[in-house]
Design a protein around this ligand. Sequence first.
Ligand SMILES: [Zn+2]
Length: 208
Amino acid sequence: MATKFSKEDQSDRNPGLDLPPVDLDLIAQGVRLILEGLGENPERPGLQETPRRVAEMYAELTSGMREDPRQHVVPLPDDKHDEMVIVKDISIASMCEHHLAPFVGKCHIAYIPRDGRILGISKLARLAETFSRRLQLQERLTTDIANTLFEGLKPIGVMVVIEAAHTCMTLRGVRKADAKTVTSAVLGGFRTDPRTRAEAMALITGRE
Ligand SMILES: [Zn+2]
């Protein structure tokens, strides 16, 4: 398994917070051009509403571009826990920025709390969702989640593993229908302690 790690600064991770609102009309115009380029008639009944529908779909699938993921990294005020926390199988749906085609899969997040600080499980899912709902690369999605959790919660270690199927790969090109891409980002104590890392990976993958 490839280990991906990057040290992008925070501004790279929140490119969209000062973006203008989504221009649905502009997207719809583009979709109309795609239909024309395909030789279709955008005015036929089945397609009349398609540009508007596609524009709204893209706006929804990229809504995380206009959200600050750091808002989800707020420790629970009253709960403390010192052992490793693993949340497995968070469903993610993101969009490959090379093809504007969806990729879907599972995100697993492990961390070792420092001074007992933990996050609500739903916050971890929201963090993954905010970063997923952007134009993404799976590698960057993985490191963005890990880095934001590491900086916001300041745990001893963070590990994020994403397994995803990319429709740009499974539906076209080489058509490897079952191909999954696995990426991981490993920070802090998980990086320096191979045993802890192996323990987390075994719990995540269900393999010893
Ligand atoms: Zn792609």
